[in-house]
Design a protein around this ligand. Structure first.
Ligand code: OMP
Length: 277
């Protein structure tokens, strides 16, 4: 999917919500555990219940890899199901990959050839040759970690370069713009660091940002939109636990829909305020 198509979906759905499919076998409702593929059964119901309220889904690979072969099968089935039934959805592999070029090539093959994801999250630490292999596919995206939502973000990401006074996350944003464009690269910026979005927008005014950290991590959607929205919206705001575990009973899908709708209604208001609708 390209940037224009993504913006079209945002306008059509009146939403820039990404639903995180962090589907934990220990947290899904008990009645699903009797089915042959509980994780897929859970995802399928969550997807059917939320697809008109969101523009993207983000399975986090850890939740699938932790189950071995069956987890990988659930993931493949989930991506296939979204592609077949809701082809307008943007699908992100939250895998946080990145390795020497030769190896990143194979990661890219896994997510873009073997499975039909639109985007993969990539760590910038190993530099250009670790990131570029993901950008050789038409209309596929790298989502590069820039400023993350967690406490550990303060360990490295704010370290200042003695020579130019730049913080590490700023250097990531600036340098990586030589590797890709706003048509094949997005950045992760945590909603818990929303106050930094104003500064970030001076460096990357046009790029889309994937913003996790609203809901369970306490980030503010309003703050994110205030400092981060651009003329194409430029935001995909992710919520995982806040939506998919709204209930862990037989009404889980219905409750997930209600939770997603609450976010979508706020997003619609923010899009209207920004005169994007
Ligand atoms: O790359 C990510 O998606 C990510 C980056 C980041 O800085 N913080 C962050 O929480 N995430 C992911 O976003 C999701 C957040 O989940 P909830 O906190 O349950 O909404 C998880 O899958 C995280 O791994």
């Amino acid at each position: 999917m390209n940037r224009e198509q993504l913006f079209e979906q945002i306008k059509k759905k009146r939403s820039f919500l990404c639903v995180g499919l962090d589907s934990d076998i220990l947290k899904i409702p008990a009645h699903l555990k009797e089915t042959s593929d509980p994780i897929f059964a859970f995802n399928k119901e969550i997807i059917d219940a939320t697809q008109d309220l969101c523009v993207a889904y983000k399975p986090n690979l850890a939740f699938y890899e932790s189950l071995g072969v069956s987890g990988w099968e659930s993931l493949e089935k989930t991506v296939h199901y979204i592609r077949e039934k809701y082809p307008e959805q943007f699908i992100i592999a939250d895998a946080k990959r990145g390795d020497i070029g030769n190896t990143s090539n194979l990661y890219a093959r896994a997510f873009f050839d073997r499975m039909d994801f639109d985007a993969v999250t990539v760590a910038p630490y190993m530099g250009e040759d670790s990131v570029k292999p993901f950008m050789t596919y038409l209309d596929k995206w790298v989502i590069l970690l820039a400023l993350t939502s967690n406490k550990g973000a303060f360990d490295f990401q704010f370290i200042k370069n003695d020579e130019n006074g730049e913080q590490l996350f700023e250097t990531v944003l600036k340098t990586s713009q030589q590797w890709g464009t706003g048509d094949n690269m997005m950045y992760v910026v945590g909603a818990t660091k929303a106050e930094k979005l104003e500064e970030i927008r001076t460096i990357v005014p046009d790029h889309f940002l994937l913003v996790p950290g609203v809901g369970a991590q306490g980030g503010s959607l309003q703050e994110v939109a205030k400092y981060g929205m651009n003329e194409q919206c430029g935001l995909l705001v992710n919520s995982s636990r806040g939506i998919i575990y709204a209930s862990n009973d037989t009404d889980f899908a219905e409750k997930a829909r209600a939770a997603a709708m609450e976010v979508q209604v706020d997003m619609e208001e923010l899009l209207l305020e920004a005169e994007l609708l």
